[in-house]
Design a protein around this ligand. Structure first.
Ligand SMILES: Nc1nc(SCCc2ccccc2)c2[nH]cnc2n1
Length: 159
């Protein structure tokens, strides 16, 4: 690349139960003040799945017994050469009780009451595919953290 782009691999886990999804209010750092799934960086020496399970445990004290990869979200921010490559997982099979930590305050939401107005603006665009059980890949070009200039969602397996 004449202009070097780099990718940062991240994880995002959505815990579901009948008619509800568990979200966390991010208390600091990237996406602070918004509801989100649980996730973060993939450390050296760990797989993406191991990283996803670790972040879920660290952020809300839940152990994911299984994870299903449902999509990949690529985020580019104007003026930032680093693309965020977010591997998205869901699970219905967890152990433990969602517990507030220094990072996240967890709360169950009814599917028809997901607080999209207090979430990353792209979430309302791809959440419906997750809830239908579809697998997809998506790209979003952001200007800042609030404006989406361009996006593309390719559904791989329609459910
Ligand atoms: N839902 C959602 N999540 C993210 S980052 C998720 C991964 C992450 C990274 C660092 C700390 C915690 C979680 C987004 N970025 C742009 N739109 C977005 N939508």
């Amino acid at each position: 690349w004449a202009v070097m782009v780099s990718r940062k691999v991240l994880t995002l886990v959505l815990v579901t139960r009948p008619n509800q999804v568990l979200l966390g209010m991010k208390k600091r750092g990237f996406g602070e003040g918004w509801w989100n799934g649980f996730g973060g960086k993939v450390e050296k020496g760990e797989t993406i799945i191991e990283a996803a399970k670790r972040e879920l445990q660290e952020e809300c004290c839940l152990t994911a017994n299984t994870l299903t990869e449902v999509g990949q979200l690529d985020f580019e921010f104007v003026g930032d050469p680093q693309i965020l490559e977010v591997h998205l997982f869901t699970t219905k099979d967890v152990s433990g009780v969602p517990t507030e930590t220094s990072e996240m305050k967890p709360q169950w939401f009814d599917i028809d009451k997901i607080p999209f107005h207090k979430m990353w603006p792209d979430d309302k665009l791809w959440f419906p595919h997750v809830l239908k059980g579809s697998k997809f890949s998506a790209f979003f070009l952001f200007e800042g953290h609030h404006k989406i200039l361009k996006h593309k969602i390719d559904v791989v397996t329609e459910q």
